[in-house]
Design a protein around this ligand. Structure first.
Ligand code: KIV
Ligand code: ZN
Length: 390
């Protein structure tokens, strides 16, 4: 089924799982704008929405299918005919449509959510896939709460839905429960125990309740999964989903893993800002890859190192994610090297300045402030003569 065993498919669910965040609802126009940006980024699949959930969501999937032509456009359903009919209708203009249907796979979901049995749920899963297949060729099946499901039962379910026509099987850690080793072993178990597994792509879909979504997704890839479901800025239900930018930069940074995909990482920062703005959801400053501080150095030791050689404290080149350069933040923890760097940047000829003396004045000022900005430096240098400018 897979021509290139190292190809990783990036499935973005910012517009579906990401949009489930309270207060982050987007209009159809905003969704199309983000959809086009995701297409430009190079994602393989865009999960555009859950059409049965509201007329607005239906409309968004319909319009996005017309406006975004390169990636697969995917619509979510539960395992019932009404949902699937609605998704098929919403996808009718899509160039590459995919229906994403599924049902709970853990005993917790089977018993308490569906008040059902393993056997009956398995039948519903197979029926849903067969029914969806009557509309489109590309069917993804999700085994909800697979993270807590019994592996033997999960394998049976996966085998049955592939036999029914599923082209992709999604193994969600819906509640962000697994440890990377557990999640990785689950994927390996499926690879080794599902007879027809090579007829489908295994997809990872991890939530971040324990802060392990990205680590679990990578563990899944290392054990045979080839599609990663993720969102920009890691937004999503509760603590969020696997963050797209983290996965992309892990795969880029650890080239020895030898995986490849089509995402152009240079658009990551811009897209992060766009999603944050449109969803009115600020990015935490220490967020990996796209946070305000992800490329800011503030301690003297680190600043000195970075100014001597960027890679002493930077494993990622900021240009690779679309940021011009890293920042040297001046605080009371900064050393002479960082101060000299900023003085030169502002046009002072440092050879003609008594740096030790300026640094002493700088420390007095910095002790009373969280951060020293350009204005503060100009104030500090106020009594230096004009000839000290270059
Ligand atoms: O987390 C989950 O299980 C999901 C499915 C609906 C795919 O989002
Ligand atoms: Zn989810």
């Amino acid at each position: 089924m897979l021509h290139d065993p190292n190809r990783i498919y990036i499935f973005d669910t910012t517009l579906r799982d990401g949009e489930q965040v309270p207060g982050c609802q987007l209009s159809t126009i905003e969704k199309i704008e983000i959809g086009k940006a995701l297409e430009n980024l190079g994602v393989d699949v865009i999960e555009a929405g859950f059409p049965i959930s509201s007329p607005g969501d239906f409309q968004s999937v319909l319009e996005l299918s017309k406006a975004v032509r390169e990636p697969i456009i995917c619509a979510l359903t539960r395992a019932n005919k009404g949902d699937i009919d609605c998704a098929a209708e919403a996808l009718k203009f899509a160039k590459h449509p995919r229906i994403h249907t599924g049902i709970g796979s853990s005993d917790m979901h089977i018993k308490y959510k569906f008040n059902s049995t393993r056997e009956a749920i398995l039948e519903r899963a197979v029926e849903a896939v067969k029914y969806a297949k009557s509309f489109v060729e590309d069917i993804e099946f999700y085994a909800e709460d697979a993270g807590r499901a019994d592996n033997e039962y999960l394998a049976k379910m996966v085998e049955a839905v592939i036999a029914a026509g599923a082209t992709v099987v999604n193994i969600p850690d819906t509640n962000g429960y697994c440890l990377p080793e557990q999640y990785g072993s689950k994927i390996l178990y499926l690879k080794e125990n599902v007879k027809n597994i090579d007829q489908a792509i295994i997809s990872v879909h991890c939530h971040n309740d324990l802060g392990l979504a990205t680590a679990n997704s990578i563990a899944g890839i290392e054990n045979g999964a080839r599609q990663v479901e993720c969102t920009i800025n890691g937004i999503g239900e509760r603590a969020g989903n696997t963050s797209l930018e983290e996965v992309v930069m892990i795969l880029k940074t650890h080239r020895t893993l030898n995986y490849h995909h089509r995402v152009n990482s240079k658009h990551l920062y811009e897209l992060s800002g766009m999603v944050s703005r449109m969803m009115r959801m600020p990015v935490q400053p220490n967020k990996a890859i796209v946070g305000k501080n992800a490329f800011a150095h503030s301690s003297g030791i680190h600043q000195d190192g970075v100014l001597k050689h960027r890679e002493t404290y930077e494993i990622i080149n900021p240009e690779d994610v679309g940021i011009d350069q890293s920042e040297i933040i001046l605080t009371a923890r900064s050393g002479r090297h960082a101060l000299k760097h900023h003085l030169e940047r502002l046009g002072y000829s440092v050879d003609r300045i008594d740096l030790d003396q300026v640094y002493e004045r700088f420390l007095v000022l910095a002790d009373g402030k969280k951060e020293i900005k350009d204005d503060d430096i100009l104030f500090l240098m106020g009594n230096e003569t004009q000839q000290n400018y270059k």
